[in-house]
Write a protein that binds this ligand. Sequence first.
Ligand code: SF4
Length: 362
Amino acid sequence: MQSIQPIHQNIKDLTRTGLRAAVSALDQPAYRASQIHQWLFSHRAGNFDDITILSLALRRRLSSMYTVRTATLDEHREESDNGQDIPTTKFLVRMPDGQSVESVLIPSGDRITACISSQAGCPLKCSFCATGRMGFIRNLSPGEITDQVFLLNDFLAERYGEAKKITNLVFMGMGEPLLNMTNVLDAVLTLTDQHYRFSLPQRKITLSTVGLVPEIGILGDSSVKTKLAVSLHAAIQEKRESLMPVAHDYPLDELKRALSEYNRKTGQPVTLVYMLLDGINDSPEDARALVKFAKSLFCKINLIDYNAIVNIKFKPVYTGTRELFMRSLLDSGLQVTVRKSQGATIDAACGQLAAGERPHIP
Ligand code: SF4
């Protein structure tokens, strides 16, 4: 009878604390964990034999218990007329099991933001989103999340020189990060670990959620201090539910209480992301509802443009409508930023590249 080989855990899924436990179980001193961390994440070892600082015997023992699996960059598309030195670039990243997810590099002045995925597909079915239409495939492991950042940093270094590095990270790609919170937070710990060559401060990382109330509570209590963005998109309950079915489970009043509690526990603001959709959520009444929701929160509002997707009924708003909407928020004393659409020609809305859908620009 053929024996079934166990699938060993990818050692890149372990944080440095996890690596410490792993080496301790092998009767190795704690500093080995830092060495392995450095070789995996800074020197980008592709297998245990690459970690030449370890004895052959230890490499053999590790490879009998773990593997080193690495994602690869597949297709990429560039939008060079973005007014920046570096084009907005969207990647299809292929995971070791062949599953693909999307990651995007978004340059803006001195900043280079990487937008990465936390899940393959997504279970939440927001009506404006191509990923939601794909359905849920699986959670990404911590190593698969961090690999996206390493690969994009490598791409930047190869194309534009070592000085170009990711400065900010947003979890706004495929998936709802707070539905995969343990793996996302482990990935954040690795990416912000000082042993990692490109270590980012935790406050340069933003987790984005549709507004999962229990998970926002857990995040407020966590020792990991990233920024939090909430995709609001409507401050009128029925409208929000029609755009985001999950809003039915977490009504606006509960969400507001959770955000207020998050403000209190962390002392940090939240970003309310509001995507303006022509004729859907862009009226004076919508603006008034948004003011009412946001007024007593420690928050800023980020108005964003919609990247139109073929077969989805929504359209981006006209500039004049956006200006009027923004003016009414500013007049109410709210802090507002506007993010203009980048990547309209490269399918940069999440899920478009993986779903193979071309954007439809009116
Ligand atoms: S917008 Fe985000 S949460 Fe909603 S379906 Fe798309 S990936 Fe999922």
